[in-house]
Write a protein that binds this ligand. Structure first.
Ligand code: ATP
Ligand code: MG
Length: 407
């Protein structure tokens, strides 16, 4: 709604008066410019609606004067109709109003980024730099920031809790690590599929040299030191770990260390929390592939921005192959390899294949192929040995379809 200055009896809509052989009307709607109104005038001569002969934009004060004048001249509005007219006006006004609001938000963010002590541009997002620590991941110069990642990067800047879901090797962990590497933030990772206990995660008491000491777990460590914490495979986490996490899912959420006399840990402003999962939410349909994964409840998921990360497109993946394995990986080789990966994924989507084909697997296979000069031999340890004999046979068929044997 973009008519803040109009009072209750000043409506948008159609004002009409009868003329000798028809009607004359003024239509009032919201203009593209903020707090301005569009006035259109026309006459109907027998037919329904004549052409618009006056079309102008006025401010609220001007409109108010016109409304008074029209009232004196005998124009009236059909209030019931006015409501629908107003609905139409609101409907039309929404997108221009939203675009203005989004432009103002972007400008405010830009001013904020300029005030911060150094930032790097990732895609079109300015990411404030961190404190530089030994935990900053190594920059992978071959890493490709797809345009699709911009929303995720903006969420990181805004301190949202981001959960990335998708198949294995789609690039969930590396996306966060590469943003951290470029903006010089230290990263801690904690994998929930395995031996991570609530003690490792939250902290525990221990005895050292006759003294009882508290050791912070990864969560309070990251919170105090302003590190980025990636909780990998969160769908395998035990309930006590999820309970500890829930407290810090709010942007300024604090952690209470119950075991340490209810000590409160407040988050450092640079602290960020991420999770990755293969089989939650929109990925639940693939749960049979990720045995033992738990369904996460909706209230927990609602505390995250959840992004589904798909594999890179064949063109993007070919680029990544070339950049990663330069200078020997040529465009011809890369295009074929990316097409093979795409075909394997299509077979997987049709459920002809039961194993996903990750970017990690593709890179590994390509690397080994450059060493051996033999795609089939390289596929042994990089692909075939990791999948069922049936899957291996099908993948071998796809590879042969794309690569003719050497003469
Ligand atoms: N955009 C990209 N640019 C370059 N390389 C990429 C990109 N995305 C993924 N990769 C490559 O794929 C590998 C696997 O990605 P990553 O480990 O991030 O996957 P993941 O989704 O976290 O997998 P998992 O579910 O198995 O943990 C990375 O090490 C990287 O080499
Ligand atoms: Mg990962």
């Amino acid at each position: 709604m973009n008519a803040p200055e109009l009072t209750e009896d000043e409506h948008l809509g159609l004002y009409q008066r009868a003329t000798e052989n028809g009607a004359e009307w003024w239509r009032v709607s919201v203009a593209d410019r903020p707090e301005n109104y569009r006035l259109e005038h026309g006459t109907d001569n027998g037919e329904r609606t004549g052409a618009v002969d006056i079309d102008l934009v006025v401010d609220a004060e001007n409109l108010r004067a016109k409304l008074k004048k029209w009232r004196r001249e005998g124009f009236a509005i059909d209030i019931d109709n006015a409501d629908t007219e107003q609905d139409t006006a609101e409907r039309i006004a929404f997108m221009p109003a939203l675009q203005r609001a989004a432009a103002l938000t972007a400008a405010a963010k830009q001013r904020h980024a300029e005030g911060v002590n150094g930032s790097v541009r990732i895609g079109h997002v300015d990411v404030p730099c961190g404190l530089d620590s030994p935990l900053v991941p190594r920059v992978n110069s071959a890493y490709l920031f797809s345009e699709r990642f911009s929303d995720i990067v903006e969420d990181i800047v805004e301190n949202r809790r981001v959960m990335l879901i998708g198949h294995t090797g789609a690039g969930k962990t590396s996306l966060i690590e590469q943003v951290a590497a470029r903006s010089r933030h230290g990263v801690l990772r904690s994998n929930m599929n395995g031996q991570t206990t609530v003690g490792d995660f939250v902290g525990f008491w221990t005895v050292k040299g006759g003294e009882t000491l508290w050791v912070d777990g990864v969560l309070p460590t990251a919170m105090r030191e302003g590190l980025w914490l990636i909780v990998d495979e969160i769908d395998f986490a035990e309930p006590s770990i999820l309970a500890a996490l829930t407290a810090v899912l709010e942007p300024h959420g604090r952690l209470v260390l119950k075991e340490k006399g209810n000590e409160i840990v407040a988050p450092h402003p640079a602290f960020r929390l991420f999770a990755t999962a293969n089989a939650v939410g929109a990925m639940s349909q693939f749960r049979h592939l990720y045995q033992g994964a738990n369904l996460m409840n909706e209230a927990f998921l609602d505390r995250w921005r959840v992004y589904m990360l798909d594999y890179l497109s064949p063109a993007e993946e070919a680029d990544v192959l070339i950049r990663t394995l330069a200078p020997h990986m040529t465009r011809t080789l890369a295009t074929t390899l990316a097409a093979i990966a795409a075909d394997c994924r299509a077979a997987f989507a049709r459920e002809d294949l039961s194993s996903a084909f990750s970017t990690r697997r593709l890179l590994d296979w390509a690397q080994l192929m450059l060493r051996t000069g033999d795609p089939e031999r390289a596929a042994g340890p990089a692909i075939y040995a990791k999948v069922s004999p049936e899957d291996a046979a099908l993948i071998r068929g796809i590879i042969r379809h794309h690569i003719a044997p050497a003469a």
